[in-house]
Ligand binder design. Structure first.
Ligand code: SF4
Ligand code: SF4
Length: 438
């Protein structure tokens, strides 16, 4: 099979996945208390559906929102609601949370099980996905039921199995250990979006995942596995679409404009769980790794578990990490508090050493052009960074700042250690705010 990739920019970065890529997922026991944020997604926060003192079951819906872009949240243990209060998330935001004391019984809400997709209409699949509170689990957190309700016909669903961020291996392990669920979830998305074709794009540094998925779809005429070059950011939505279909998503447009819908590996396994087992989204796999963790591994964690407890489950910290990062090192953030809960979008907890973190130098730009060569969106990060840092957002907008996919590669390659992607991200936020007030 030909190995595909995207044509513009990109780069090779150390992948550092060795510590966890060959280890099976381990299930962590539920903690004594969970903190469930009422906003774990892009869009409007949920309203709490429970009161202090109320008993809840595992998987019970405890928050929902009436806004069209929102996603329900569910109890990840059975027990008693101890408090409704604001708590800090890994990114430092203070969000209203439902705090539940675990009674250790795991008494579960009954969910309807469907062995096949035959009796399920596209509308019914979208409703089940909505009720289960499923969002993009690769980090974006966009409510999946909204994504499945495509405004224009699509012909191809693409599963992003690139997992191109260094360190992260949770999607890789799911592809190997839950390959049938990945395929079931892909078929469900194809049915919900009324798309004829399915493609699984997987980077070639996951040969066991490529083999497992290829074997499963070998008799399928409308689903294929496409091996992808190991190249960052291969998992960027636009880069992935270009690599596997040759289609170019225009500036400012979404994938449905080129008849595609992209979903993430973990998201489709959550869809499979919701449809096959009647399970609402109350747990996820998190990669816990880096030089400063005793036992790096992929852990199935109940949502709402404190990051600190997950680190302890993995043997605790080995020495003092230079940084504890949420998500991947290219697009993630330093964790604001170890007491912050695991949420639907948290793919990794990285305990990094000094030599794994590049501190910002912010030396003057030497006009080497490396950031321009690396940018997969064909932008000029040096200028975009300058305009954004200076608050000159008209200039940043004119240079297509809103096309930046926040991959972080420009900052990674910059010999002057300039925080280009952080500045551009702030510039984008300022442009969005200014335009929404117009
Ligand atoms: S962060 Fe934005 S500007 Fe920088 S390389 Fe990625 S897409 Fe280009
Ligand atoms: S990589 Fe850094 S030093 Fe080189 S042009 Fe870009 S901003 Fe300037």
């Amino acid at each position: 099979m030909a190995v595909k990739t995207f044509p513009r920019g990109g780069g090779t970065i150390p992948h550092r996945k060795e510590a966890t890529e060959n280890k099976a997922i381990v299930v962590m026991p539920a903690p004594k208390e969970v903190v469930i944020p009422l906003q774990q997604h892009l869009g409007a926060p949920c309203d709490a559906l429970v009161e202090v003192g109320e008993s809840v079951k595992l998987g019970q819906k405890i928050g929902s929102g009436s806004h069209v872009i929102s996603a329900a949240v569910h109890a990840s243990v059975s027990g008693r609601v101890k408090a409704l209060a604001k708590r800090m998330l890994v990114d430092g935001r203070e969000i209203q949370c439902v705090i539940i004391e675990n009674d250790g019984r795991d008494e579960q809400v009954a969910g309807k099980q469907n062995e096949t997709l035959d009796g399920l209409s596209p509308e019914r699949i979208r409703t089940i996905v909505k009720e289960a509170g499923i969002v993009g689990m690769g980090g974006a957190g966009f409510p999946t039921h909204v994504k499945l309700d495509v405004p224009k016909p699509v012909d191809t669903v693409i599963i992003n199995g690139a997992e191109c961020e260094p360190y992260l291996t949770c999607d890789h392990r799911l592809l190997v250990e839950k390959s049938k669920d990945v395929l079931f979830g892909l078929r469900a998305v194809m049915k919900a979006a009324k798309a004829e074709n399915g493609i699984l794009g997987i980077e070639v540094n996951k040969p066991d995942a490529l083999e497992a998925m290829s074997e499963l779809v070998k008799d399928d005429t409308n689903i294929s596995v496409v091996p992808l070059q190991v190249r960052y950011p291969q998992g960027g939505e636009k880069q992935l679409i270009k690599a596997v279909t040759g289609r170019e998503v225009p500036s400012g447009a979404l994938p449905f404009e080129v008849k595609c819908l992209v979903s993430n590996v973990h998201t489709v396994t959550a869809i499979a769980d919701a449809l096959q087992k009647g399970m609402n989204l109350y747990q996820r796999v998190v990669t816990v790794t880096g030089k400063h963790i005793h036992d790096p591994r992929n852990v199935m964690v109940r949502l709402g578990t404190p990051v600190r407890a997950v680190i302890e489950f993995c043997g605790g910290m080995a020495g003092n990490p230079e940084a504890v990062v949420a998500g991947g090192p290219m697009t993630g953030c330093r964790i604001a508090s170890l007491d912050a809960p695991v949420v639907k979008t948290l793919a990794g907890i990285l305990l990094l050493g000094k030599d794994e973190v590049s501190p910002p130098l912010n030396e003057p730009c030497i006009r080497c052009g490396r950031c321009v060569d690396a940018c997969p969106m064909g932008l000029t990060p040096s200028m975009l960074g300058f305009y954004s840092e200076q608050g000159m957002i008209d200039g940043a907008e004119a240079l297509h700042a809103m096309d930046c996919i926040e991959c972080g590669l420009c900052a990674f390659v910059c010999p002057s250690g300039r925080e280009l992607s952080d500045w551009i991200k702030q510039g984008k936020q300022a442009i969005t705010k200014r335009n929404s007030n117009k």
